[in-house]
Ligand binder design. Structure first.
Ligand SMILES: [Zn+2]
Length: 323
């Protein structure tokens, strides 16, 4: 079976492309309707755990299930105070031990701890309404803890640094220099680690949503001369098959309503805000490739330069190479 559709040549693939987008605001309701779904997916955080990382920063990894696909999407959370409503919701018949095991605890676990909802060492206590929904943290004023990761939510203003990251096995694990996904992921983590607060929503949509197998075929087409957009179209996939409504739903579940979004993609801003704008992007924080800023750092290859050029010229990304 031929990979390349006989009815879709590179030239008519190009003709079917939408024009590049340049708007950065939500002024286009038609585009919002196109990029967002009417109803948000239902997401549920099933487990959370503290991960000490190799650079010394602690993160809380949240694992999500949902009602639209069978993949396990993730939220990498910087800041102990960011709480998943679905995770912390009290479940019928569960014990405090059950709650600690699935990660629905306040503060920090330690050997011998018995109560999930109270960390007496740090003076933290969770509060719930009569339906078992988490309402707030309280902090005992007597505590002399200075760990910035344990400030109650009210201390932070609502604006949270967020990155919506789509899985890229090749760029993050197989050292690929065809894209800068690994670098962007690392940089987002670095910035959030410095701030001690932020969320990377990690969506399992490899290869702009077409999956790893199709992505590898697209790479071969790129070696045959197609750019990243053309390659997807030649495989009869949209240039970008990704959906960000799961990210919106996860941010809502984490109680995050105002976002400083790390992205160069104006469509992502609209998509993440969603139809009803339950999440508001108050600022776009650019992601400039390190190779453009530093003499030696960053992903450097002929392929990544072509990839970035296609993003800018064909997909409307807001990025310009410094002179
Ligand atoms: Zn990538």
């Amino acid at each position: 079976m031929p990979i390349i559709s006989p009815t879709l040549s590179p030239s008519n693939a190009l003709n079917s492309l939408p024009p590049p987008t340049t708007s950065t605001t939500s002024d286009d309701s038609a585009k919002r309707a196109l990029l967002t779904s009417d109803t948000l997916p239902i997401v549920k955080c099933t487990a959370r755990a503290r991960i000490p990382t190799t650079n010394g920063v602690e993160i809380f990894l949240h694992l999500y299930t949902n009602n639209v696909d069978d993949k396990e999407h993730l939220a990498i959370v910087f800041g102990e105070d960011i709480r998943s409503k679905s995770l912390f919701h009290k479940r019928l018949g569960e014990s405090q031990s059950d709650r600690m095991t699935r990660g629905a605890y306040v503060g920090r676990l330690c050997p011998g701890r018995r109560i999930a909802d109270i960390d007496s060492k740090l003076g933290l206590k969770l509060q719930f309404d009569e339906n078992g929904n988490i309402t707030n943290d309280t902090v005992d004023d007597d505590t002399d803890d200075n760990d910035s990761n344990l400030k109650p939510a009210s201390i932070w203003n609502d604006e949270t640094l967020v990155r919506i990251h789509s899985e890229c096995y090749t760029g993050e694990t197989a050292w690929s220099a065809r894209c800068d996904c690994g670098e962007q992921f690392d940089e987002a983590g670095r910035l959030m680690g410095l701030q001690g607060h932020g969320v990377i929503v990690y969506l399992r949509q490899e290869g702009r949503g077409i999956g790893l197998g199709e992505k590898l075929k697209a790479y071969n087409l790129q070696d045959l001369g197609a750019d990243t957009v053309q390659a997807n179209l030649l495989l009869r996939h949209p240039a970008d098959k990704r959906s960000f409504s799961l990210a919106t739903a996860i941010l809502v579940d984490l109680g995050i309503s105002k976002v400083r979004l790390l992205t160069n993609n104006p469509d992502k801003i609209i998509a993440v805000e969603g139809k009803d704008r339950l999440v508001e992007v108050v600022e776009r924080v650019p992601m400039v490739p390190k190779a453009w800023l530093e003499a030696n750092g960053g992903v450097r290859s002929v392929e990544v330069e072509g990839y970035l050029r296609t993003k800018i010229e064909r997909m409307g990304h807001l990025l310009s190479k410094p002179e």
